[in-house]
Design a protein around this ligand. Structure first.
Ligand code: URA
Length: 191
C-alpha cells in the first residue's frame, strides 16, 4: 500500500516547529512554500534569503521579482504554480546549503512534492537540480533539457539570482521559460 499523502497544512506545521538542524537557531521564521496546492508546475529553489526569512515566503526579493516576470514567458502566473525551496530555513549570510542540511531538510520537500503531485518540477540552479536528479552534473550542462525523476518530468534552469547580472544566463533563462511554456502546451495536447 502506498503511503498516504500528508496534507500541506499538516506539513506546514511540521516545518514551522522543525529543530532538526542548527539553521533553526538563526531563522526569523521557516519558509514553507507558496502557491497553488494543485499546481501542475512546481518550482524548487535553493534556500530562503534575507527577505524570504523576514517575510516567510520564497522568492520575494530581487530574484523573486525576476522570477515573476519570467513566469510570463511560459504563460504562467505566480498564483498558478507552487514555489518551494530545498531548505526551509535561511543559511547564515546566504551561504550555500551544506550536504547534511540538504539531507536533513529534504524529507519535507519530498512530502510537498508527493502531496502537490505536479506534472513538472522546475529546478532552479545547481542545488535543487542535483538533489532532484541525484546527479553531480552541473546546471550549465543540464538547463533547458527535460529530464525524468520517477513519475515527474524535471526541467532544470539557471537560478534567477545567478542571471540577474549575467546577460548570457539571462538570455538562456528567458529561452528556457519559453521552452517550458511549449512543453506545457505539448503536455496539454496529449491529454
Ligand atoms: N533564492 C532561493 O533559492 N530561494 C528563495 O526563496 C529566494 C532566493
Amino acid at each position: 500500500m502506498p503511503k498516504p499523502h500528508i496534507p500541506l497544512d499538516e506539513l506546514r506545521v511540521q516545518v514551522e516547529s522543525c529543530r532538526r538542524c542548527p539553521l533553526c537557531d538563526g531563522r526569523t521564521q521557516t519558509v514553507f512554500g507558496v502557491g497553488n496546492p494543485h499546481a501542475r508546475v512546481m518550482f524548487i529553489g535553493e534556500a530562503p534569503g534575507k527577505n524570504e526569512d523576514l517575510q516567510g515566503e520564497p522568492f520575494v526579493g530581487a530574484a523573486g521579482h525576476y522570477l515573476n516576470e519570467l513566469l510570463g514567458c511560459a504563460g504562467l502566473r505566480r498564483e498558478d504554480v507552487f514555489i518551494a525551496n530545498v531548505l526551509k530555513c535561511r543559511p547564515p549570510g546566504n551561504r550555500d546549503p551544506r550536504p547534511e542540511e540538504i539531507q536533513t531538510c529534504t524529507p519535507f520537500l519530498r512530502e510537498q512534492t508527493r502531496t502537490i503531485d505536479p506534472e513538472v518540477l522546475v529546478t532552479l540552479g545547481k542545488f535543487s537540480t542535483q538533489f532532484v536528479l541525484k546527479t553531480q552534473v552541473g546546471i550549465t550542462r543540464l538547463h533547458g533539457r527535460v529530464q525524468r525523476a520517477g513519475k515527474f518530468l524535471v526541467f532544470p534552469i539557471f537560478h534567477p539570482a545567478a542571471a540577474l547580472y549575467d546577460g548570457a544566463k539571462r538570455e538562456a533563462l528567458e529561452n528556457d521559460f519559453v521552452t517550458l511554456g511549449q512543453l506545457l502546451h505539448q503536455l496539454d495536447e496529449h491529454k
